[in-house]
Write a protein that binds this ligand. Structure first.
Ligand code: SF4
Length: 703
C-alpha cells in the first residue's frame, strides 16, 4: 500500500516462513514495503519465491484488522471491539472450567511462533489457565526426530553442526528430504558439495526436485526406510566399514543393534523396499568409505507410526560409522517450520517445560515454578500429544474450549474431517491469526494478530542458531501481537483488579521482557539460552544454544567430545521394520503419501493468498505414474477421486514417471475437496505422537 510522505526506513530481519530463516532486509517508503535478500550464513543472499513475496501479506485485503465474534442469531462472524471479543473469551473459559474443571480448556500453539510467544503460551496454559492441555502443530512436524535424538544423544537439536558443513561433505545421504522445494537456498550447499567431488544420495519414493540432482536415488516403497537403513548397516558391518574404536569409546548398546540388523540381508531389504541390492551396496560403500559423511533425515522418515524407530535406524547407522561429533561429518534432521526448533524448547509441548525440561521431573518443576513465582505443586502434569488432544475435543472426557495460536489444524491435522467435526462440537473455539484460516472460520472468536514485520522477537533456526526478528513498523490500529493478547487474557481472567495488575505484570506483552525471563527459565536446561542476549545476537550472525553464560562461548558444534547423556556416550537402540498401520488390500490397493510443493507453505493460510504463489501452485493435484493412470483410464488433468477408509480428496490428475506405479501423492496445503488430510491416517507413533502422514491405503478413480 502507498503511504504518501512516509520517511524511508529499513530493518534487517528474517523470512517469516521455513526453518532456514533466510536473512532479508525489509524496506518501507511511500510506495510500500519491499523485500531484499541479505547475506546471511544460511541463505548467502538467496531467497525462494515465498520469501520474495512475504511482504505482500502486510497490506493484504484479506488481512484481519478487527476482532470477529460469531453472531448467535445468524451464525456469522461479525466485527467486534477488543473488549467484547476478550470478554467473550474469558466468559467462555470461566463457564467451561466452572462446569468441567480446569482441563476443560486446551491451548494449541504453532511451530511458527517466536520463542517468546511459545514460552508465554506454555506459561499461560500452565499458570494462567491452569490446564494440562497444551500442545502444538510441531508434533506433526519433527517430533519423531526429536524423540530419536533425545534417546540417542540426550539432546535434540536439528543440526548439531553448522549448515555450511553440508558443502564440505564427501558423501551426503538425504532421507525423506526435499530441500530443493521446501528450502531452495539450501540447495547451493548441495551444489557446492557435488562440485567439490562429493556424492549426493537421496532416499525418496518420488523423483523429487532434490532427487533429480542426486548421484544416486533410492526409491523405496513408502514406509520401508527403516529396512533400508538396517540393510545399509548390515552391509557396512559385513564389509568392515564400521568404526569399532569410536563405538567402543563413545557409544553403548551396539551389540543388540548388531543382532537386529543381522537379519537384514540386502536381498531381503530389496524384496521389501524395491531398492536394488546393487544400490544398497553402493550407498553403504559411499557412507562407509567416504571421508566426511553426513546423514540427514526429514519428514519422509519421520511422519510414520514408526517414525522414531525409522529415524533411530539412521542414527544407529551414523553412530556405527563413527560420524556424530567428527569434524565435517554427522547426523542431523532438517526442521521444517520457521521456529520448529525453538517452538519445541520453551514449553508449548504437552510434556515439557521451558529449557526442554520434562514436566514430570520434580527438579524441573521446582526451577520453572520458581521463575514463574508459583508453588511447584500448582503446575499441572503432562497433557496429551496434539492429535490425541484434537481428537478428544468436545467429547465427554475431552476439553470443551480451545484456544489456537498460529496453527490451522483443520487443514494440517490427519483425518482432518474428523478433527473439523470435533472443533464444531466445542463450546468455545478461539483462534488468533492474521488471516481467516479454515480453523478461524469455525471459531466463535477470532483475534487479529500482528505479522512478522510488525513485532520483535527471536527465532531458532534449523541449526539451533537463535536469531532476531525485528519490527519494521507497528501493527495496524486494531491488531495486537500474540503476547499482547495473552497478557490481556491473563489480566481479564484475574478475580479482581489487584490480581489483574499482577497478572498483566506476570505476562508482559513486551517481547524483550519475555525473552529475559525465558533465559532464566531455560538456565541449566537442555536448551540453555541463559547467555543469549538480544545484543549478543545483534553483534553476530545469531547465537547457538546451549549458551549458558553471557561471557562464555556458544555451541555451533555439538558432540565433539561427549554426548549429552549422563555418561557422555551415545546410545544405540535396536529397531526393526514393521508394516504401516494400514496396509494395501483389494479395496484400497494403492499407497498414498503427502508432501509439499515449492510455492506453498504448510496449510497454505498465508501462501495461498499471495498472487504469485497462487498462480504458481493454484490447487491440489494427485500425482500418478502413467502406467497406473492408463490402467485406471485416467488422463493428465482429469479430475480424480482418492478414497481411504477415512475420507476422500478430489483434484486433477498430474501424471509423472517420477512416482512409483503403486503409490499416489498429493500436497497437503489445500482445503476443501483437495484436502489431502481428509484421506491420511491418524495412527500415531507410540513415542512421539507423530501421525502417519506418509502412508495409508487408498483407491483411485476418475471423478
Ligand atoms: Fe528462505 Fe524458507 Fe523463506 Fe524460502 S521460505 S526464503 S527458503 S526461509
Amino acid at each position: 500500500a502507498t503511504r504518501p510522505g512516509l520517511a524511508p526506513r529499513e530493518v534487517a530481519t528474517h523470512c517469516p516462513y521455513c526453518a532456514l530463516q533466510c536473512g532479508m532486509t525489509l524496506r518501507e517508503d511511500d510506495t510500500g514495503v519491499s523485500v531484499h535478500p541479505r547475506q546471511f550464513p544460511t541463505n548467502r543472499g538467496g531467497l525462494c519465491q515465498k520469501g520474495w513475496t512475504a511482504a505482500e501479506l502486510l497490506d493484504h485485503p484479506e488481512r484481519l484488522t478487527t476482532p470477529l465474534l460469531r453472531d448467535p442469531a445468524t451464525g456469522e462472524l461479525r466485527p467486534a471491539s477488543w473488549d467484547a471479543a476478550l470478554d467473550r473469551v474469558v466468559t467462555g473459559i470461566r463457564a467451561v472450567q466452572q462446569d468441567a474443571g480446569r482441563d476443560a480448556v486446551a491451548v494449541f500453539g504453532g511451530g511458527g511462533l517466536t520463542n517468546e510467544k511459545a514460552y508465554a503460551l506454555g506459561k499461560f496454559a500452565r499458570i494462567g489457565l491452569r490446564t494440562r492441555h497444551i500442545d502444538y502443530n510441531g508434533r506433526f512436524c519433527m517430533s519423531s526426530a526429536a524423540a530419536a535424538g533425545m534417546r540417542a544423544f540426550g539432546i535434540d537439536r536439528g543440526l548439531p553442526f553448522p549448515l555450511a558443513d553440508l558443502g564440505r561433505a564427501d558423501t551426503l545421504l538425504l532421507v525423506g528430504a526435499n530441500p530443493a522445494e521446501t528450502m531452495p537456498p539450501l540447495v547451493r550447499w548441495l551444489t557446492e558439495q557435488r562440485r567439490g567431488g562429493g556424492r549426493l544420495i537421496v532416499v525418496d519414493p518420488r523423483v523429487t526436485a532434490t532427487a533429480r540432482q542426486a548421484d544416486l536415488h533410492l526409491q523405496p516403497l513408502p514406509g520401508t526406510d527403516l529396512a533400508v537403513a538396517n540393510a545399509l548397516l548390515h552391509i557396512a558391518l559385513t564389509e568392515g566399514w564400521v568404526d569399532r574404536s569410536y563405538m567402543a569409546e563413545r557409544t553403548t548398546g551396539f551389540e543388540a543393534v548388531r543382532r537386529s540388523v543381522a537379519a537384514w540381508w540386502p536381498a531381503r531389504a530389496e524384496q521389501l523396499s524395491g531398492v536394488p541390492v546393487a544400490d544398497l551396496e553402493e550407498t553403504a560403500r559411499a557412507l562407509g568409505t567416504g571421508g566426511r559423511v553426513i546423514i540427514l533425515t526429514a519428514r519422509g522418515a519421520e511422519q510414520h507410526a514408526k517414525g522414531v524407530d525409522t529415524v533411530t535406524a539412521y542414527v544407529n547407522l551414523a553412530l556405527a560409522l563413527g560420524l556424530p561429533g567428527r569434524d565435517g561429518s554427522g547426523y542431523g534432521c532438517l526442521t521444517g517450520q520457521g521456529n520448529g526448533q525453538g517452538g519445541r524448547e520453551h514449553g508449548q509441548k504437552a510434556d515439557q517445560l521451558p529449557g526442554y525440561r520434562r514436566i514430570d521431573d520434580p527438579a524441573a518443576r521446582e526451577h520453572v515454578a520458581g521463575v514463574w513465582g508459583v508453588p511447584a505443586d500448582e503446575l499441572p502434569g503432562p497433557g496429551v500429544p496434539a492429535y490425541q488432544l484434537l481428537d478428544s475435543l468436545g467429547t465427554p472426557d475431552g476439553p470443551r474450549a480451545l484456544l489456537v495460536f498460529g496453527s490451522n489444524p483443520v487443514v494440517s491435522a490427519p483425518r482432518a474431517s474428523r478433527i473439523e467435526g470435533r472443533m464444531r462440537d466445542l463450546d468455545l473455539l478461539v483462534v488468533a491469526d492474521l488471516l481467516l484460516s479454515e480453523t478461524a472460520a469455525l471459531a466463535d472468536v477470532v483475534l487479529p494478530t500482528a505479522q512478522w514485520a510488525e513485532e520483535d522477537g527471536t527465532m531458532t533456526n534449523l541449526e539451533g542458531r537463535v536469531l532476531r526478528r525485528r519490527a519494521l513498523r507497528p501493527p495496524p490500529p486494531d491488531v495486537r501481537t500474540d503476547l499482547d493478547i495473552i497478557s490481556a487474557l491473563a489480566a481479564r481472567l484475574a478475580p479482581d483488579e489487584a490480581a489483574a495488575t499482577e497478572a498483566a505484570a506476570r505476562f508482559p506483552a513486551d517481547p524483550a521482557a519475555v525473552f529475559a525471563e525465558l533465559r532464566r527459565a531455560s538456565a541449566g536446561g537442555i536448551a540453555d539460552y541463559a547467555g543469549i542476549s538480544w545484543a549478543r545476537i545483534d553483534g553476530d550472525d545469531g547465537v547457538w544454544w546451549p549458551c549458558p553464560t553471557e561471557d562464555g562461548p556458544d555451541t555451533p558444534r555439538l558432540f565433539a567430545e561427549r554426548f549429552a547423556t549422563p555418561d557422555g556416550r551415545a546410545r544405540f537402540h535396536p529397531v526393526d521394520h514393521r508394516p504401516a498401520a494400514e496396509e494395501v488390500c483389494s479395496a484400497y490397493p494403492l499407497h498414498f503419501t503427502t508432501g509439499r510443493v515449492l510455492a506453498q507453505y504448510q496449510s497454505g493460510t498465508q501462501t495461498r493468498r499471495v498472487p504469485a504463489l497462487r498462480r504458481a501452485a493454484p490447487e491440489a493435484f494427485v500425482e500418478l505414474h502413467p502406467d497406473l493412470a492408463a490402467r485406471l483410464g485416467i488422463d493428465d488433468g482429469d479430475p480424480v477421486r482418492v478414497t481411504s477408509r477415512r475420507g476422500e480428496l478430489c483434484a486433477p490428475a498430474r501424471l509423472s514417471a517420477g512416482i512409483r506405479p503403486d503409490t499416489v501423492f498429493a500436497p497437503f496445503h489445500y482445503p476443501g475437496a483437495g484436502r489431502a488430510n481428509s484421506v491420511t491416517n491418524d495412527a500415531v507413533d507410540p513415542i512421539s505422537g507423530m501421525p502417519e502422514f506418509k502412508i495409508c491405503a487408498v483407491r483411485v478413480e476418475k471423478a
